[in-house]
Design a protein around this ligand. Structure first.
Ligand SMILES: [Zn+2]
Length: 338
């Protein structure tokens, strides 16, 4: 199963990341993006279960979970207690509800454990890296002191408290740490793993409560001239046929069950929603596309791939009185927190 998942992730992300990386990208504000899963070429065997059959040898109290962190080309050994506060600080604003921060701590811890069992060939010397485009975001002390200034000590205590309150707690499915994907915000529903590259039972589409009032830049627009639109599509589909009338280029848009774009038919060729997101630097695949007066207009809702926990959704749930367990089991159904 894991080999299939990683192979799917590799193929899916290759499709997402390869095309037109040189195209105009969006400036990603701090805290606005979450990681995409790593790109292991193939899974390795998981460690054998312990005699108890539940916990893997890598689990326990945070201070006991040792792993290798690849940080800008150098690798150092660290432990979960030292590492997590700086990852969570990079992934979630401190203005979020404390229960959301605790949920984030569990998701990040689980993700690291998953990576310890499934080596990422991008950094074979490290179990996890500090590149948010690969593993989890990470800000070191210097960066956080710069960002938080006089509030550094107080903020760090808050993050550490969220980690300590969930010390050693991990989400499992069938006794293994889950692929705890998360993302910034969803347009009403999260994405199903089967729609992307992670067809696992706990990554299914669920309702997510955040709305425009809850999320900065929840709805964004991207405008592309007809000429640029055609040239960009041709980068990926050189056999696309474009008539003289751009209003006829977009032939069909297919949505998946979560309301995101599954595929579009342009110039007689089909592109996936993920390919469109990559080509036009869209914040998500929850978009509409219209043409008017020589310009294509994308209207995009939410941010990120949409898998697993929505961070802004978690924040809304926390502020509505849900605790971190309820948040996690909502976004990762059928998992066990232990
Ligand atoms: Zn990585």
């Amino acid at each position: 199963m894991k080999r299939i998942i990683w192979a799917s992730i590799l193929l899916g992300l290759a499709a997402i990341l390869m095309p037109a990386l040189f195209l105009r990208g969006q400036v990603e504000g701090m805290y606005e993006e979450n990681y995409e899963p790593p790109l292991p070429a193939q899974a390795q065997q998981s460690p054998a279960p312990t005699e108890e059959g539940i916990k893997t040898p890598t689990e326990g109290r945070d201070s006991q979970i040792l792993f290798r962190l690849s940080d800008n080309g150098s690798v150092r050994e660290t432990n979960m207690e030292e590492y997590l506060p700086y990852a969570i600080a990079a992934e979630m604003p401190l203005s979020f509800g404390f229960e959301a921060l605790k949920a984030q701590a569990v998701a990040a811890r689980t993700y690291v454990l998953y990576c310890m069992e499934n080596q990422n060939p991008k950094h074979p010397d490290g179990d996890i890296c500090t590149d948010s485009g690969c593993c989890l975001a990470y800000l070191d002390e210097g960066a956080l002191r710069g960002a938080w200034a006089a509030e550094y000590e107080e903020n760090l205590e808050t993050v550490k408290a969220a980690v300590l309150a969930t010390d050693g707690q991990v989400l499992h499915y069938e006794n293994s740490p889950i692929l705890a994907c998360f993302h910034s915000s969803s347009a009403g529903k999260t994405e199903s793993g089967s729609a992307l590259w992670a067809d696992v039972p706990y990554l299914i589409s669920v309702e997510s409560p955040e709305r425009e009032i809850d999320v900065p830049n929840f709805v964004t627009t991207v405008e592309v001239s007809a000429d640029d639109f055609r040239e960009t599509v041709l980068l990926l589909r050189e056999n696309a046929a474009f008539s003289d009338d751009p209003s006829q280029w977009l032939e069909d848009v297919l949505q998946d069950d979560s309301g995101r774009v599954k595929s579009v038919l342009i110039g007689g060729v089909s592109l996936t929603g993920q390919e469109m997101r990559s080509l036009f630097a869209l914040r998500s695949t929850a978009f509409t596309l219209e043409y008017k007066d020589g310009v294509f207009f994308f209207t995009v809702t939410g941010y990120g791939h949409g898998l697993g926990m929505s961070q802004y959704g978690a924040n809304v749930m926390a502020k509505n009185g849900f605790n971190y367990r309820e948040i996690l089991l909502h976004y990762y159904p059928d998992t066990k927190l232990s």
